[in-house]
Each structure stands twice: as structure tokens, then as C-alpha cells.
Design a protein. Structure first.
Ligand code: SF4
Length: 632
């Protein structure tokens, strides 16, 4: 490792801007030993550590097959298209590296060919987008839509030709050997380093068992970057979900296919109509707003069991009718599989009563989702991952609370893991000022909004815009934006008015811009330099206590005799605050002010945990110091 990372090592010779960072070398050495000794390791690496090289180099040198899992596709692409080509210049032999994304990122060749013959495209825009895809399909090697810079992110045509498993007939497909998904699996089999994202990793882990190999080939170690996200992602994949939209899509796809492939019959049409009616009536029985815990199963069944049974019956009938189609086209296989999976999911949700799950409903747009999420992800992770793979490395800039890994270890079920805390290379006491206005009312007070708006305005005047104003709820973001947008003499951007990357690009390119956003901008956003000189957060980012998953997890801690506020809610909020403030200082020359409009952090005893978890910013509660900081 020293050969690479030392002051005059290979990296500094290969890269003119390479800076020697002792923390980076420590991290690389720790990962090298974890891989060699077959041990789990948790590394908190402060911003500026250079952690991607600190795990890629030991992973490559191990000679084993290592999965690198990132939180975002952006980081995945950065590793594959930037870091790996750079590292290749340091190695004589070609590096065996590939990346894998979820199937919906790739085109399905069969669907592209079908679309040329069958009337599935609507409108001029879809037709012209389709022409771009059709030409590209003939020359792309990967089939990854990220190559299609000209295709709008929201292009509706992509959904009609992507390689989701929903309509894939697998080995029965004529294109199977040329399929982009088959090619992706082949590349993975030939690779030592496979770069995935957490969603793909946990989708694989959820289906992988002793009999079924899963999507990823056998591997000997996993390195999770942005590992603070894995409890949430694992919870999604080890849980269960079924929605009204799945029913609508199944009916639509079956009906369209039956016409295209000439197996439509009056009986099948009737089955689809009845299934649609029953699904609509069934899903209308659930709360039609927000996320809500679902506790009244017995009562629900008492009142509605006939409708539920009829819905299940309709699904079974559809599966049977599809299986009886003469000379069935291969495209029928995935439809039957979908109907079965939906039946299983619905039966589990309605009947299993498994106490390890929290059951809840959620309305998102036109979708009504019935969800079951494991209350304790740690035991599932331990059983499915940590006891099966003997070297798992977790890294992120936010894993410790008040200097301790205990919270992360307990949430993820890590026992006896090695730990390493690498301090950031930045001089936070000089580069950043942390301001908490002492005079503001408690943010939960009714009249707080007026005072908060005034304070935001005052800070933005001092910073001359150049700020992210981050809110803990969409409602608060919209209300503040409405109050302030016309009052501020700066260009104001608002989350939701354009895709995230477009907004960030606009923010970078617009002098003195101010961005109003919520938690989705708290991570994975990197704006270096003066464009971002101030980060304002409206209040301590406690998760909503009435959220069904949070509530169930807090209740489980209480039942075990613990204190959920101190053991769960405070650590979770401390990590979120650290993550949000982490947007500000991204390089050794960045400087700026962090503002928290919630003085519970200084008034209440638990505030110490937040202070102890944040880097050593210079602290003030005097506005004058903020002005002075910006006037230097
Ligand atoms: S195997 Fe599946 S994804 Fe691949 S081309 Fe065929 S239908 Fe499409």
C-alpha cells in the first residue's frame, strides 16, 4: 500500500495534483488487512480522505472477486469511468472490472424489435425518441441508457423498451445470447471487481439462497461505500410491497400482448375486466393519504374477506388461463410469474401476521402501496450477509455518533468488526463557521415560521446568496419558498422544478444562486468552490416519529427495555445533520458558514451528542461573526 499511497509513491508520480494523505494510507492498510484476514471492517472516512482509491487499490491487489457497492449510480459511474481508467495506468495487466446496474437501465433488444412492428408508440416525441434508441441499439456494447445523452431522463418511450424482468422471457427469448443483460452477466463472471449500487446488491441478496445463485456471481468480499444508506435499502428489499399500479400494469400488459400475439379471447378479456374492478375496489378500502401504519388486519378481513378472496381468485384464474393458451408465445412466461408473485405478496401482507415486520400503506401519486418492512434489519443482514460473507467493509463520511460506531454496529448487526476513524483532511475550525441563532423560537412553535424566514433572509444577505437552504419537510420548503422567493434579490431555485442533476448544474452556473431543497439534496451532492458558501438547515433532522417504520423500530427498542429517543432517534438525526452540513466544505480551499435555525442544539441536554458528532467547526451564536466571516 505504501508503494501506492506514500508521499512519493506511484499515485503521486502518476497524478500531478495528488496529495499525500496519511488517513488515506491508514484506510487502505486497514482494508488490505481486512481482506487478507477475512474480517468485517467499518471505516468512517471524513471528507477529502480520497476513500475511493483507498478501497479500490486493496480490492484490486487482493486478487479475489470483490463487489463494490455504492449508494448512487453517479458514484458507480465515477468509479468505473474515472477512477478505474486512472488506476489502469498503474498496472501492467488489464484490470478485470465491470459495473452492473438494475435491469431497467438497459434496453431490451426484443422489445426494440417488437416496437418496430407493433403499434406501442404514441405521439411524435415517442417516435423520435425511439429512432434514437433504435440506431443506438445497433452499435452500443453495453445497452446502458447512460450512454444516451440525447434522451431526456423522463422520456416515456424508455419504459416501453427497457429490460425489466416484468416482460422478459429469459432463456426462451430469441435474443437471449445477444441480450445486454446476458452480456452484463457474462462480463461479471469474467471480472474481479464488480461495481454495483446498493439497490442491485440487496435485490440480489434478497433472492439469493443456497439453491438459487442470484444476479451476482460468487464473490469473496463486499465493500459498501455510502454505507450509511444500507439499513434503509436493505429494509426495502427484505420487505414486501404490492400496489394497485402493479395490477393495472399486469392487466394492461396482458391485454396488449393478447392482441399483439393473437391469443385474446372473450373469457380472458372478462377475467381482466373483473380483476381490474376487484383490484380497484380492494385498494380503495385503504387510507388514501401519506404513509400509515396498518394494524387492523383482523377487523379488515372481518369486513372485507369476500372481496379479498375474490381478488386472489381472479389472479389465480388469470395465471391458469395464461398457462392454457395454445402455442403460448414465450412472452407469456413473465406475465404468469408476475401474477404469482403478486398473489404471494398479497397473501403475505394480508395473512401472514409475521411479527418481525411492520405493515403499512402508502399513497404515492396514483399508487397505493401495501408494504411490509422488517423491523430489525440487523438480524436479516447478519443472517443473509455477515454470516455468509466473511469480509464486509463499510465506509462513509457519516458512521460515528459522538465518536462511536456503536449505533451503526447495532443497526446493521455487526459484531466484532474492526473499526477505523479517519479524520478529515480539512481544517474545519478555519474553513467553516457554525452559527446557531440564539433568539429564534422553538421551530415547533406556531409563530416560528415568520422568525425563521427573517433569519434566512438576513443570512442570505450576508452570504450574497450562494447557499443551500435545506428543509426537513416538503411542506416547510414550499411555505418558505413562497414567503421568500420574491423578497430575495438572488436567483432562487426550487427542488422539484427540474431533475436533481439539472438543478445542481444550474446552481453551479448561476452566480449568487440560492437553492431550496429537502433531504434528497443532503447527500451525494458535491458543489466545490464559492458557488456554495452557506448551508442553512431549518431544524434538527429527526425522522418523523409517527412514520410507521420509525414508530415500529422505536417500539421494538422500548420493548427491549431501551430508550428509543437516545438509542435511535438522536443518533439517526445526528448522522443526518452531519450528512447535510457535509455539503459545504468539499475541498481544502472551500470556506463557508453553516446555519442551524434550531437552538434546541444549544438549549437541550441532548444537543451535546450533535456537537460531538460534527467536525470541529468554529461555533458562534453571534450574527456579527457571520457577517465578518463573509467580509474577509
Ligand atoms: S432476454 Fe429478456 S431482456 Fe434480453 S432481449 Fe430477451 S426479453 Fe429482452
Amino acid at each position: 500500500m505504501r508503494h501506492f499511497f506514500a508521499r512519493k509513491g506511484l499515485l503521486s508520480q502518476a497524478h500531478p495534483n495528488y496529495e499525500y494523505r496519511p488517513g488515506q494510507l491508514d484506510m487502505a492498510l486497514a482494508i488490505e488487512s481486512a481482506l487478507a484476514d477475512r474480517r468485517h471492517l467499518i471505516v468512517e472516512a471524513g471528507t477529502g480522505t480520497g476513500k475511493t482509491l483507498a478501497y479500490l487499490i486493496p480490492a484490486i491487489l487482493s486478487g479475489e472477486r470483490v463487489i463494490i457497492s455504492t449508494g448512487t449510480k453517479n458514484l458507480q459511474e465515477q468509479l468505473f469511468f474515472k477512477d478505474i481508467p486512472f488506476l489502469q495506468t498503474l498496472f501492467v495487466d488489464p484490470l478485470k472490472v465491470c459495473y452492473m446496474k438494475g435491469r431497467n437501465n438497459y434496453a431490451c433488444r426484443q422489445k426494440v424489435y417488437d416496437a418496430q412492428r407493433e403499434p406501442i408508440l404514441h405521439g411524435m416525441e415517442e417516435l423520435s425518441d425511439f429512432r434514437i434508441i433504435r440506431d443506438w441499439e445497433q452499435q452500443t456494447e453495453s445497452g446502458d441508457r447512460a450512454e444516451l445523452a440525447d434522451l431526456d431522463e423522463s422520456a416515456s418511450v424508455w419504459h416501453k423498451i427497457d429490460a425489466r424482468s416484468d416482460l422478459c422471457s429469459g432463456q426462451k427469448c430469441k435474443q437471449f445470447d445477444r441480450c445486454f443483460i446476458t452480456a452484463m452477466h457474462r462480463r461479471a463472471l469474467e471480472s474481479n471487481i464488480i461495481i454495483v449500487n446498493h439497490h442491485l446488491f440487496f435485490a440480489d441478496l434478497a433472492v439469493r439462497d443456497d439453491a438459487y445463485q442470484g444476479i451476482l456471481p460468487k464473490y469473496s468480499a463486499v465493500i459498501f461505500d455510502e454505507a450509511h444508506e444500507i439499513e434503509d435499502v436493505a429494509g426495502q428489499y427484505f420487505g414486501m410491497s404490492v400496489s394497485n399500479l402493479q395490477f393495472q400494469e399486469l392487466i394492461r400488459d396482458t391485454s396488449a400482448l393478447s392482441r399483439r400475439k393473437f391469443f385474446s379471447t372473450p373469457d380472458l378479456d372478462r377475467t381482466l375486466i373483473v380483476l381490474g374492478d376487484r383490484a380497484e375496489s380492494f385498494f380503495s378500502l385503504f387510507p388514501q393519504e401519506g404513509r400509515q401504519a396498518y394494524r387492523g388486519r383482523r377487523e379488515f378481513l372481518g369486513n372485507n374477506e369476500p372481496l379479498y378472496r375474490e381478488l386472489i381468485f381472479s389472479l389465480v384464474l388469470l395465471s391458469n388461463e395464461l398457462q392454457e393458451v395454445d402455442d403460448a408465445p414465450e412472452d407469456l412466461v413473465p406475465l404468469v410469474r408476475r401474477a404469482r408473485l403478486m398473489q404471494e405478496a398479497l397473501e403475505f401482507w394480508m395473512e401472514s401476521g409475521e411479527r418481525r415486520y411492520v405493515y403499512w400503506t402508502e399513497r404515492r401519486g396514483r399508487g397505493l402501496y401495501l408494504q411490509a418492512t422488517p423491523i430489525d434489519v440487523s438480524s436479516v443482514l447478519a443472517e443473509r450477509l455477515l454470516e455468509k460473507v466473511d469480509c464486509v467493509v463499510l465506509t462513509s463520511a457519516t458512521l460515528t455518533v459522538a465518536g462511536s460506531f456503536a449505533y451503526t454496529e447495532s443497526r446493521l448487526g455487526l459484531k466484532n468488526a474492526r473499526t477505523l476513524l479517519v479524520e478529515s483532511q480539512f481544517d474545519f475550525s478555519k474553513q467553516a463557521l457554525f452559527y446557531v441563532p440564539p433568539h429564534l423560537p422553538d421551530p415547533r412553535d406556531r409563530d416560528a415560521a415568520h422568525h425563521i424566514a427573517q433569519e434566512i433572509e438576513r443570512v442570505l444577505e450576508a452570504s450574497r446568496g450562494r447557499a443551500f437552504v435545506l428543509f426537513t419537510s416538503l411542506a416547510q420548503m414550499r411555505a418558505m419558498h413562497q414567503t421568500l422567493a420574491s423578497r430575495l434579490p438572488f436567483p432562487v431555485l426550487l427542488q422539484g422544478t427540474a431533475p436533481k442533476t439539472a438543478l445542481i448544474d444550474r446552481f453551479r452556473a448561476t452566480p449568487n444562486a440560492v437553492l431550496f431543497a429537502t433531504s434528497s439534496f443532503w447527500q451525494g451532492v458535491d458543489v466545490q468552490g464559492e458557488a456554495l458558501s452557506c448551508v442553512i438547515i431549518d431544524k434538527l433532522p429527526f425522522a418523523v416519529p409517527t412514520d410507521p417504520v420509525i414508530e415500529a423500530r422505536a417500539e421494538a427498542i422500548r420493548e427491549e427495555g431501551g430508550n428509543p429517543f437516545y438509542e435511535y432517534q438522536i443518533p439517526q438525526a445526528a448522522l443526518a445533520l452531519k450528512q447535510g452540513f457535509g455539503r459545504l466544505i468539499r475541498s481544502q480551499t472551500d470556506r463557508g458558514v453553516l446555519v442551524l435555525l434550531d437552538n434546541r442544539i444549544t438549549r437541550l441536554r441532548y444537543g451535546k451528542v450533535f456537537f460531538d458528532s460534527l467536525p470541529a467547526y468554529r461555533f458562534t451564536n453571534r450574527f456579527r461573526e457571520v457577517e465578518d466571516f463573509f467580509n474577509v
